[in-house]
Design a protein around this ligand. Structure first.
Ligand SMILES: O=C(O)CCC(=O)C(=O)O
Ligand SMILES: [Fe+2]
Length: 208
């Protein structure tokens, strides 16, 4: 491991196994947070964001009564070095989780998300028939100066317990994709980088 401290990795694994989720503050440095925010602003201005839908391919539909965010998928082709750095860190985490938990995580996918004022994402799970390969979900929040009353918290419900997670800049939440969760009504624009670790190499999906 180069970037990530061993202690926090071990704690993350323990929490994932015991509770199903782990909150990781300051996952990236402050200047990286600013760089990602600027990247989102530029990409938004360049028209890279599309209204997010539910379901994949032919079953894809846009329904604002379920989710109101706009997304841009990002991968290693994205030109911003800060995106590459984040992806490398997620990959390092994926490798470590595989070595310790044998989850067989082969790949990941991720997108930037913008929730405009007064939007939300209703209760759902990330692993379902059409997204059967999502094993772990992660969300990096990028809301500088987030304050109580701004809304847009993540509600996460493992075993009927309720946890409310504030979407503060630099915080990453990692959780098992079958856990019920929602984005509560956001009273301000809310930005994040959301992704999934997958038990399948997506470059091979044509074999499906
Ligand atoms: O942004 C969040 O807190 C969660 C987003 C989410 O649940 C999703 O995109 O599937
Ligand atoms: Fe989700």
């Amino acid at each position: 491991m180069q970037e990530i401290h061993q202690d926090v990795l071990e704690t993350a694994i323990d929490h994932l196994a015991e509770k199903g989720f782990f909150i990781w503050d300051d996952f990236i440095a402050k200047d990286e947070v600013s760089n990602l925010i600027n990247t989102i602003k530029q990409d938004k201005a360049a028209g890279e964001f599309k209204k997010a839908g539910i379901g994949k391919q032919v079953l894809h539909q846009v329904d604002s009564s379920i989710r109101g965010d706009y997304i841009e998928w990002v991968d290693r082709q994205h030109p911003a070095p800060v995106v590459q750095k984040f992806i490398n860190k997620i990959d390092e985490l994926r490798t470590y989780i595989n070595q310790t938990c044998y989850l067989g995580l082969k790949d990941f996918e991720c997108h930037f998300a913008i929730y405009p004022e007064n939007t939300f994402y209703k209760k759902h799970i990330d692993r379902f028939q059409q997204n059967a390969h999502r094993v772990l979900s992660f969300v990096l929040y990028l809301n500088e100066n987030w304050q109580k009353g701004d809304g847009g918290e993540l509600g996460i419900y493992p075993d009927k317990e309720e946890h409310i997670v504030e979407p503060v800049a630099g915080r990453l939440i990692l959780f098992r994709s079958e856990i019920l969760h929602e984005v509560l009504l956001s009273h301000k624009e809310r930005i994040s980088l959301t992704g999934w670790m997958l038990d399948k190499d997506m470059s091979l999906t044509f074999l499906q």
